[in-house]
Design a protein around this ligand. Structure first.
Ligand code: C2E
Ligand code: CA
Ligand code: CA
Length: 696
């Protein structure tokens, strides 16, 4: 029942409750009214019987006094006309029944009704009946003297009909009020249920549609009204939060998509330069192969390697190097055509795919454009920096049919470009394969060469132009290779420069030079200085300073007899560090020469800032000095500048007397070249020296 009620709708609950209340109220009221009615009927009955008892007692006084039972019987008979009166009893003074008259039909109906009258005394009249009998006692007074008591027993026959009436009225009352209440409740319940139902419908709609912009109608200002208002506030908050959440989700989705895009981009692009990476290159390579096959034309694969990037990176730091790589990438992108692709493989290695190559002329001009673009000055961190690029190129389908074979060929050509003096390009030719093998062999064999003393020191004198005195010798390395034969520096030094092997080689040469100085100390050559060539790779740190100091100390030689030849290129990459290393070397007491002067960048400023003793004019000036007026002018300028700075000047590569004469006329102090002696072994040099000095 309770469950049934709980599951009923609000409307039904209101009706049920109203009906229940109206039923209870009307029942209670009817019961009260019924009792009132019953009590009043009983009261009236009692009053009537009492009045009748009064009349009887007034009439029977003398009959009692005179024991006149007949009169009593006669008198009481007349009272039996009142159907209610059942019996009339008279008791004497002592309460002993003196007279009793019982309604006849009562006796006939039930003879046991009245027990033996003689055994009864006043007050204990007992009628064995379930009916409600009213007993009324009245004193019988004669001349103000009580002579007995009259007792009338009566039954109120109207009571049944009264009760019946009461119950009927009650039933009608209840039924009517419940019906009326239910009708009224059915109408009026709307006042309560409508706002609640509205609220219910709204929330159902919201739950179903998830549309939080819906609002409940606020019917009233009561609790339901407040509930609706709070519900609306809640919806508003949810809506706002929803909107916020939607925006957030939108933003997150956007961010996620961006991230996914970035991941994708990252997977196919180099994070530093934004250029395509190896993965994208390999995709594009396949496409380029397909494309070229379909159109029956060619495409070129260029492998690019920056020439001095490692030094820049070591000297200036990685972030500087990274900045430069970005600049190089941008320049490459701006140089190639739209249909071409530039990718970064890592480090300072780039690959360019040039599509639809018709002939080699087109390829040449593109390669030249790239060399030129990368060769121009870069501005990194407000500093000017220069680099160059070595490019190896190969063609599809001429040099291979797969990406790997074409790339390998470009790599071979690129190494040739490196060997060929850098900042240039080479297009693959089959004979280059030989180069690769050779390079690898050279690089592998150096250690053994040092251990087995295959490296030889050759000597070439530097001679005072006027005095024709031998001032010193340049030490030039040679390699007596067991398989390759006698190798000049040009045949192995460039490969050593590619790696740090050049450092070991130079250490070896410097050590041997110090050893030679030591050996010569006790001979006629004791005054002759030896000049060693040091690679630019030494000038990024002070190790070379420690090394040379150690050797000078170990061999206990005059540091002034050791000369170090450095090129300007050493200073370009990180002038500050290089200059301080040079200064530290100078402080050891060794002599310093600036080699190959006039090639490279020829910043005359270095002549002022570097603690050098000597300038070595590059042989390219000397070769044409007797024909080229401009070269002559330049030499003159350098000579006067050098003199002004207190520097010696050595002209390299002097091969003819004419060259020598001109140099002398120009004021060049020292000369070196085949004209006097080609670089030779120690033994040959000593022989030559002896001959030369003897001739003098
Ligand atoms: P470099 O320092 O400019 O050496 C001078 C080069 O010119 C030498 O070549 C020498 O043989 C050559 N030469 C001298 N006189 C004449 C001449 O009259 N005419 C011509 N055509 N050439 C002449 P080499 O010995 O082949 O050395 C080449 C380069 O190898 C050197 O150029 C130097 O940069 C480098 N090198 C040689 N030895 C060493 C070394 O021990 N360490 C390092 N790092 N580099 C070295
Ligand atoms: Ca030199
Ligand atoms: Ca030189």
């Amino acid at each position: 029942m309770r469950k049934l009620f709980l599951n009923a709708s609000i409307r039904d609950k209101i009706i049920i409750i109203t009906c229940l209340i109206s039923f209870t109220v009307s029942l209670m009221m009817t019961v009260v009214l019924a009792f009132q009615e019953y009590y009043r009927a009983q009261q009236n009955f009692y009053k009537r019987i009492t009045l009748e008892a009064q009349i009887i007692s007034d009439n029977i006084g003398s009959a009692v006094l005179f024991n006149d039972r007949d009169t009593l019987a006669e008198t009481s008979k007349s009272f039996f006309q009142d159907r209610s009166i059942l019996s009339v009893s008279v008791f004497d003074e002592e309460g002993v029944l003196f007279f009793e008259s019982i309604r006849e039909e009562r006796l006939n109906d039930n003879p046991a009704v009245l027990k033996d009258a003689s055994s009864r005394s006043r007050g204990n009249l007992h009628l064995e009946t379930k009916e409600s009998i009213t007993l009324v006692d009245k004193g019988i007074v004669v001349d103000e003297e009580r002579v007995g008591t009259l007792q009338i027993s009566a039954i109120n026959y109207q009571l049944d009909s009264i009760i019946h009436n009461i119950f009927t009225t009650m039933a009608w009352n209840i039924v009517l009020s419940v019906v009326l209440a239910s009708i009224l409740a059915a109408f009026l319940q709307k006042l309560i249920s409508a706002p609640i139902l509205n609220l219910y419908k709204t929330s159902k709609l919201v739950a179903k549609t998830q549309d939080y912009s819906v609002r409940a109608r606020q019917h009233s200002q009561d609790e339901v009204g407040s509930l609706a208002s709070m519900f609306n506030q809640m919806l508003e908050k949810v809506e706002q939060r929803d909107e916020k959440l939607e925006k957030l989700v939108e933003q997150r989705t956007f961010e996620l998509e961006k991230l996914a895009e970035e991941f994708k981009h990252r997977a196919f692009h180099d994070s530093l330069t934004g250029l395509p990476n190896r993965a994208l290159l390999s995709e594009r390579f396949d496409l380029a192969i397909e494309h070229a096959k379909r159109r029956q034309n060619k495409f070129a694969c260029l492998l690019l390697d920056l020439d001095n990037f490692k030094t820049i990176n070591d000297n200036k730091g990685h972030s500087y190097g990274d900045q430069l790589l970005i600049e190089v990438a941008n320049r490459l992108k701006n140089t190639i055509r739209r249909e071409d692709l530039v990718a970064r493989l890592g480090g300072d290695e780039f690959v360019i795919l040039l599509s639809d190559i018709e002939g080699t002329e087109g390829l040449y001009s593109l390669l030249e454009k790239i060399i030129e673009a990368v060769g121009k000055e870069f501005y990194v961190n407000n500093e000017v920096v220069r680099t160059g690029v070595s490019i190896g190129a190969s063609l599809f389908p001429d040099h291979g049919s797969t990406m790997n074979s074409i790339k390998r060929k470009a790599d071979v050509a690129m190494y040739r470009a490196k060997d060929g003096g850098k900042n240039c390009f080479y297009i693959y030719t089959p004979d280059m394969q030989e180069d690769v093998r050779y390079r690898l062999m050279i690089q592998n064999d150096l250690e053994t060469a040092i251990q087995e003393e295959q490296l030889l020191l050759y000597f070439q004198p530097k001679i005072h132009n006027k005095a024709k005195l031998i001032k010193g010798c340049e030490v030039l390395v040679r390699w007596e290779h067991p398989k390759e034969g006698f190798l000049s520096p040009g045949e192995f030094i460039p490969y050593m420069e590619e790696s740090s092997q050049i450092i070991s080689l130079d250490y070896y040469v410097v050590k041997k030079a110090c050893e030679t100085i030591k050996r010569w100390q006790s001979s006629e050559l004791s005054e002759i200085s030896l000049a060693v060539n040091l690679s630019g790779r030494h000038f990024t740190n002070y190790r070379i300073v420690d090394k040379i100091k150690g050797l000078i100390d170990d061999f206990f030689i005059n540091p002034g007899l050791l000369e170090i030849e450095i090129t300007e290129a050493v200073l370009i990459e990180d002038p500050e560090v290089a200059q301080s290393v040079v200064s530290a070397l100078k402080r050891l007491g060794v002599r310093l020469s600036l080699d190959d002067f006039g090639t490279g960048y020829s910043s005359l400023n270095y002549l002022r800032t570097l603690p050098i003793d000597c300038i070595k004019l590059d042989q390219s000036f000397i070769h044409s000095v007797d024909v080229n007026e401009q070269d002559k002018r330049l030499i003159k300028g350098v000579v006067s500048l050098g003199k002004g700075l207190g520097l010696e000047l050595v002209a390299e590569g002097v091969e003819t007397a004419s060259q020598l004469n001109i140099l002398e006329s120009l004021g060049c102090d020292y000369v070196q070249g085949y004209y006097f002696l080609k670089p030779v072994s120690e033994k040959e040099f000593i022989q030559w020296y002896e001959k030369y000095t003897r001739r003098m």
